[in-house]
Structures are given as C-alpha cells and as structure tokens.
Design a protein around this ligand. Structure first.
Ligand SMILES: *Cc1c(COP(=O)(O)O)cnc(C)c1O
Length: 390
C-alpha cells in the first residue's frame, strides 16, 4: 500500500482537469480581495448556509485559484483535504498552534529543520512541553507520555537523511493517542505516501520539490478533513495564506513533479555512489546506499531515495569551502528540490551563529556538505564534482 506509485498521469491530471466556468485547462488566477454578493438576500442565504455558493466573502478565507491547487495536492497525497499556506513554516506553526494547548507534550526528532524545533521551544512559554529525540522509532516511542498530543518527524530527516520506521510508529499502541505528523518535504508524494502508511497528517514545504523551480515559497498540510479543517479555520485568523499567483505557479510545477523527482532520484543515486568511491570524501549519507544506517527501512518504505546527498569532505573548514568554491554547476544557496542543483556547507548556511563546539554537539561538523540535486545530467554533475575534489 505504502509503495503505491504516483504516476505522471496523476501529476498532470489529478484533482482539477479544467476550470468549469472558463473551460481553461489551468485555473484562472483570481485577483480579488473581497468577493461580492448580488444583494442582501444572497448574503443572508450565504451566511445561513442556504446558498449553493462556495466562495467565501473575503480572500483570506478562500480563493478559487488556491482551491484548485489544493484539490490537486489532496489528490497527490491521497488526502481528503489539503490546505495551502504562505510557507512551509506557516503550515508547521499553524498546525502546532491549532492542535497544542498548555500541558500538552510534543515530540520532535533531533535531525530536523531548525526553525521547526525553534517553534517547539517557543511554545514552551505557553506551557507546551517538548522532547527532541533521536530520529528512530524506538527513541520516539520511549519518549511518549500520557499527555503526548503530537509526534512530528521529517521523512527523510535533514541533513543526515535518517528514515524513521513509520510503520512501527503507526502499529504501536503506546503512540495511538498522539497525532502522527510527517514532514514529507524531502520525500515528495513520488517517493512516499505517509497517509497511506497510517500517518494522520502530512506537511510539505512546497517551496522545495512540489514547486520545483526555486521560484516560490509555500506550504501544505494534508490529511483527513476532521484534522485539516480546524487548521484551515485557524488560518483565517492567523493569516499566513498562500496568494493566488503563488498557487498558480505551484500548480504548474506539480504537473512535472513525477518527471523531475524521478530524475532527481537517479541523480541522487549516481552522485552518492560516485562520492562514496572517492578518496577525498570521508563519508556519504544517502538512504539509497547500503552504508546508510536506515537503508533497509528506507528501501522497504520508499519508492525512490530523493535528490539530497549529504557528505563529509576529508578535511576541515578550509578544504570544504575550497571544494564548494571550485564547483561550477551548483549554486551556493540554501533550499532544495528545484531544477537547479544547490550546494551548502551546512555549518555556514544554517548554524554560523553558533560557536564550533555547539555546532559539533548538534552533529554539524565544518566538513559537512549538503548537495541538493537538480535535474541536470548526472554525467555533468559527476564531472563537476570530480574536478572540484581534484
Ligand atoms: C524548507 C523546509 C521547511 C520550511 O519551509 P519554508 O517553505 O521554507 O517555510 C520545513 N521543513 C523542511 C523539511 C524544509 O526543508
């Protein structure tokens, strides 16, 4: 079930085949802040729920372009409902604020997007308790308490690409009173369907693979309506909505999702194998390699291993920086999932405000490189890496 493949046909057609009002293949970009009513009768009927009309009165509540793309996202995740947000962080923070209350306990995994953890700590001032645990099912299950309301993990994690055994979390009765939420940004619906495996909700930074062109920022939450709808309602108050232009670009990106991610899976595997065989590379972390600690569970659960490869150069800060600066194809930039390959020295890009000792405690040595592969030809990428390694 979890290994069900996402087809390119689904990416191109599922969720919204055409706009029924305009016969347009693509959703019209509707630029309207308020939405009008014919007369007072029409407005009263709408307010009392007696109207066939679905469009709300104001663009913070709903927008037709955004709705069309949400339908497409729900179809791709096999979800009843999907909600778009202004960013992945808006999705995460809106979810946490909606679901958690004072006295609740939250479990996050240690190898994760730094700002998600930051927000968990921030919620401490409202009485939410948090444990940050190793990215394994055993560590998560050992941390569960009676008041655990939310278990949140990335699949795979960032930057070491750990793959928590989600089926073990789903099965275990110790966890059943807590919502299981997967940030599936690194996997995409091409490589993983967390909801089919029994997760309650799935979150994405759509900025990454879903948009796919390094040209937008957006977030998604998808799952059963009873869980997504309260967050959608809270979003009307929190206000971190996705605008119609961005939604349109995201919908356009989704059509090529399967093609792009298949190429990125291939590039990931080829580049990871090349790096693993290179004498100037100390260690490679890629779930598709037999040497990765979570290879077996990832191979059992995922359709493909994704386009992010993390590795350590055999050297220190200077050698690593010099290697990155010799690369010709990748841009030096954060983020991942777009058509252009991006590279970062993790210690500098994400943890430079911390002293080296603190970074090392967090597991971020100076020689750690994260390569987020695009859709360029694998042979070109390997040749570029080879010249930069010298
Ligand atoms: C980028 C990212 C986020 C944050 O998403 P934004 O769209 O940048 O707000 C959250 N989780 C993961 C795994 C990410 O890679």
């Amino acid at each position: 079930m979890g290994k069900q493949r996402l087809s390119s046909t689904q990416c191109v057609h599922a969720g919204c085949r055409r706009d029924e009002a305009s016969f347009s293949i693509n959703p019209p970009i509707v630029h309207s802040a308020p939405f009008t009513f014919r007369d007072t009768r029409d407005l009263v009927d709408f307010m009392e729920g007696r109207s066939a009309r679905t469009q709300a009165e104001y663009g913070r509540m709903a927008n037709p372009t955004v709705d069309a793309v949400q339908k497409r996202l729900a179809a791709l995740e096999n979800a009843e409902q999907a909600q778009l947000f202004a960013s992945g962080m808006a999705a995460v923070t809106s979810l946490f604020v909606t679901v958690l209350k004072s006295g609740d306990h939250l479990i996050l995994t240690s190898d994760s997007y730094r700002r998600t953890r930051d927000f968990g700590y921030f919620l401490g001032k409202f009485g939410v308790q948090m444990d940050v645990v190793a990215p394994t099912a055993e560590a998560i299950l050992a941390a569960v308490r009676d008041n655990t309301r939310l278990v949140f993990t990335e699949l795979p994690t960032n930057p070491y690409l750990h793959f928590v055994d989600i089926e073990a979390l789903v099965r275990d009765p110790r966890r059943s009173h807590a919502l299981l939420v997967v940030d599936s940004t690194f996997a995409t619906p091409v490589n993983l369907h967390p909801l089919d495996l029994g997760a309650d909700l799935v979150v994405h930074s759509a900025t990454k693979y879903l948009g796919g062109h390094n040209d937008l920022i957006a977030g998604v939450l998808a799952g059963r309506s009873e869980l997504v709808q309260p967050v959608s309602e809270m979003l009307m108050t929190l206000g971190g909505i996705c605008d119609p232009n961005t939604a349109f670009l995201l919908g356009r990106g989704l059509k090529t999702l399967e093609l792009r991610v298949q190429r990125q899976n291939e590039n990931g595997m080829t580049v990871a194998r090349f790096l693993e065989s290179h004498p100037r590379v100390k260690r490679v972390f890629y779930p598709g390699l037999e040497s990765h600690p979570d290879h077996a569970v990832a191979a059992r659960t995922m359709q493909g291993f994704g386009g992010v490869v993390t590795f350590q150069i055999d050297g220190g800060f200077e050698e690593t920086a010099a290697f990155i600066d010799r690369l010709q194809i990748p841009h030096v930039a954060p983020s991942l999932g777009g058509v252009e390959t991006l590279v970062e020295q993790v210690a500098v890009m994400s943890f430079w405000n911390l002293p080296r000792e603190r970074r090392e405690e967090l597991g971020i040595p100076d020689n750690l490189v994260r390569l987020a592969l695009g859709i360029e030809d694998a042979a070109d990428l390997v040749a570029d890496l080879a010249q930069a390694l010298g």
